[in-house]
Design a binder for this molecule. Structure first.
Ligand SMILES: Nc1ncnc2c1ncn2[C@@H]1O[C@H](COP(=O)(O)OP(=O)(O)O)[C@@H](O)[C@H]1O
Ligand SMILES: [Mg+2]
Length: 238
């Protein structure tokens, strides 16, 4: 469904990704792990078009989308929940959610349905629909950020560190919400630093280091934690 083939990308002349290969099958839940500054966000940004791909291909449903502008990738049902739980703090929860449907603002009935869908999934957002987003807790902001992406009706959803800086109980809620989305048939690519959470829910993992995929394995095939740690934490052996 979503494929990266030898993707080289970066900022200006600086190359950050040095030939990334990944495959996210339809309906799959794939995790991309790695330490700080290894290129995880850059990978997601190159998929949604916020970072220009210098070489290689981003392929969605068999089509190379390198040249498709970011706003059109949303219409291609590709949506990203950015790192940092960013919300429009001065706007209400509901206004934030409606922003996610901005590109199809004429489909009023569909939008009302989708809004109800998000509220069913995240009941706390419904209770707080009229509250300024700036007043939400970290967990609620993450839910709002996911909800806003869902308002774009994606078939592929990219999540950038949704569990960061959240209490364990809230991380569990977020993990359940992600599994729930998967059961609806969404294709998911999850960037995480929380290895435990990723291994709990993903079916395949990649570890990125220095802009290259250093390790990949199917979850459940007996991933050796010490091996994973070694690739994850670094050292210059690889
Ligand atoms: N907008 C930017 N301009 C220049 N360099 C950047 C920018 N964003 C990230 N970088 C650099 O790219 C590298 C990878 O960043 P990033 O993909 O955000 O890492 P991760 O998400 O894995 O923590 C880092 O060295 C970072 O400093
Ligand atoms: Mg990042």
């Amino acid at each position: 469904m979503l494929k990266l083939e030898n993707v080289i990308a970066g900022y200006g002349r600086t190359r950050i990704l040095h030939g990334v290969n990944m495959n996210v099958p339809k309906g799959g839940l794939v995790a991309l792990l790695g330490g700080n500054g290894t290129g995880k966000s850059t990978t997601l940004k190159s998929i949604v078009g916020l970072v220009a791909v210098q070489e290689g291909e981003v392929i969605l449903d068999g089509k190379v989308i390198n040249a498709v502008p970011p706003e059109q990738r949303v219409s291609h049902r590709l949506s990203m929940v950015p790192q940092g739980k960013e919300v429009f703090g001065a706007m209400s929860v509901e206004e934030n959610l409606l922003m996610g449907a901005f590109h199809r603002r004429k489909d009023r009935r569909e939008i009302a349905e989708d809004l109800e869908g998000v509220y069913r999934r995240f009941k706390r957002l419904k209770d707080r629909r009229a509250v300024s987003a700036g007043l939400l807790s970290g967990g609620e902001r993450q839910m709002l950020s996911i909800g806003r992406s869902l308002m774009a009706r994606p078939s592929v959803l990219l999540l950038d560190e949704p569990s960061a800086a959240l209490a364990p109980r809230v991380v569990e809620e977020i993990a359940e919400a992600i599994l729930d989305l998967r059961s609806l048939g969404l294709t998911l690519l999850l960037v995480e630093q929380n290895v435990g959470m990723a291994l709990d829910i993903a079916d395949y993992i990649y570890v990125i280091r220095g802009g290259r995929i250093a390790y990949e394995r199917e979850v459940g095939s007996g991933i050796a934690m010490d091996e994973l740690q070694e690739f994850y934490l670094g050292g210059d052996k690889h």
